[in-house]
Design a protein around this ligand. Structure first.
Ligand code: URP
Ligand code: ZN
Ligand code: ZN
Length: 467
């Protein structure tokens, strides 16, 4: 980049007239080869990142989820081993903390200090599997704060869900519609609010993953307005489709839409979430790509609570946000770049290496044709999964070229992704520029009332020292 550059002979020229040239997308929420509810997601690190690149995403952040009895470090190593060989684009990792002990705390520190981890996800749902209770959330948030990391939460009230699930199954509701009925939006909004309060009291930065409903988004927005260091992520799924699919007569169709928190039946949800993204009530759009084929979804044929949770999105995220956001006139192309790339880079401390086109940044670049159209379909998508929740959607906005670290990996719309070309990228802690700056401003030393002359003198001395 620059003016008056000397261009070496033989350099290929890509004509981008009439197109948008923008930083490659960053999807901060994927689950490739993820073992969940007795199944392993079918998009692996190769197929998943290949699909990402096809859609204009040049970096993903996946989640290390430890198996039962596996330590955080063992799980981290397992993910690294598999992903390093396969990824077609750069990637980072968040680590899920699914239990609490002094050993877990030590491992969190090791991951931050020695392995480039800067964010930890805690579950308030999936009781008896991953769920942490409030005292454990407080401890994990305190540990994140101490380490300069970011706490992430899956915010739904797991106890209420367990109670509702039992009641619904007892009443004979076993189909996928029971999934949403067992965890309606207030069950999400309550947990979002609780997580925001705990994080604010502990003074730890918080990132709410997959905000799926109006009331949950409002809870995030309200916390931000109170000055809390909270960021909200919604999903391509939440703005590109809705919860009416759960009442579809075809079981397979309905089950294919099962993810947590669920899509919402309120038809205004997609436009509410888009407006939140446009106005900075929410900051990021991820995909939560966690794909299971029909036969895996069928594990829950007789019990909706056993349907493996997850949908596609890594490939179509950029197109869906462009179509529903920019093409619909709700956000401008600059905000599109912010919510699909730059904000994630800033929050996870990848900026300005990622999320911007600038001297010194990685050459992750998309040439986006806003006039070209395509129709999304499982018949034509790159992903391994046999279903696409956006099936039949016509989208404007197609990545004509996708450049990954300087290499043209989508060339005139033709995919040329390279197995193993990507690298692991560290997400350093102590992100002062975009995250911890908000925390330090709020740090206060607790102090009681001075009731004696000696105490008053001590306070005066302290005040003088600060001034
Ligand atoms: O349904 C979902 N979201 N599956 C992936 C795991 C998670 O909770 O993010
Ligand atoms: Zn989750
Ligand atoms: Zn997820």
């Amino acid at each position: 980049m620059g003016r008056n550059l000397i261009i070496p002979g033989g350099t290929r020229i890509i004509d981008a007239r009439g197109k948008y040239v923008m930083p490659g997308g960053i999807d901060p929420h994927t689950h490739f080869e993820c073992e969940l509810m007795g199944a392993k997601s079918v998009d692996d690190f190769y197929q998943g990142t290949k699909a990402a690149v096809a859609g204009g995403t040049t970096m993903i952040i996946d989640f290390v989820i430890p198996r039962k009895d596996e330590s955080l470090l063992e799980a981290y190593e397992r993910y690294r081993e598999s992903a390093d060989q396969k990824v077609c684009c750069d990637y980072s990792l968040h680590v899920a903390v699914t239990s609490w002990s002094p050993k877990v705390k030590e491992e969190m520190a090791t991951l931050v200090k020695e392995h480039g981890i800067g964010s930890f996800k805690m579950f308030m749902a999936y009781r008896d599997m991953f769920m942490l209770r409030d005292p454990e959330l407080i401890e994990t948030f305190k540990a994140c704060k101490e380490l300069g990391a970011i706490a992430m939460v899956h915010a739904e009230n797991g106890d209420i869900i367990a109670e509702n699930t039992k009641r619904l199954l007892d009443a004979g509701v076993t189909g996928p519609e029971g999934h949403e009925m067992s965890r309606p939006e207030e069950v999400e909004a309550e947990a979002v609010n609780r997580a925001c309060v705990i994080a604010s009291q502990v003074n730890c930065p918080l990132y709410i993953v997959h905000v799926m409903s109006r009331s949950a988004a409002e809870a995030v927005d309200a916390a931000r307005r109170r000055g809390a260091c909270v960021f909200g992520e919604t999903l391509a799924a939440a703005i590109g489709t809705d919860g009416t699919n759960y009442t579809h007569k075809c079981w397979k169709h309905a089950a294919a839409h099962v993810l947590s928190p669920p899509l919402r039946p309120d038809p205004d949800t997609p436009s509410v979430l888009l407006n939140m993204l446009a106005k900075d009530g929410l900051q990021v759009t991820g995909s939560d790509n966690c794909t299971f084929n029909a036969e895996q979804k069928a594990l829950g044929k007789d019990d909706f609570s056993k349907i493996p949770n997850g949908v596609n999105g890594v490939e179509d995220r950029m197109s869906v946000v462009w179509e529903k956001g920019v093409h619909a006139g709700i956000m401008d192309p600059t905000r599109f770049v912010a919510v699909t790339s730059t904000n994630a880079a800033k929050i996870f401390n990848l900026y300005p290496r990622k999320g911007v086109i600038a001297v010194g940044s990685d050459a992750d670049i998309v040439v986006w044709d806003p006039n070209r159209k395509r129709t999304i379909s499982a018949q034509t998508h790159v992903q391994a999964v046999d279903f696409n929740i956006f099936e039949g959607m016509e989208v404007h906005g197609v990545p004509e070229y996708v450049i990954v670290e300087g290499r043209v990996c989508v060339d005139e719309c033709e995919l040329k992704a390279v197995h193993g070309f990507g690298k692991f990228v560290e997400t350093p802690s102590q992100n002062i520029d975009y995250v911890y700056c908000l925390i330090e401003d709020r740090e206060k030393r607790p102090r009681g009332v001075a009731r004696t002359e000696a105490e008053a003198k001590k306070h005066a001395e302290e005040d003088a020292a600060i001034a």
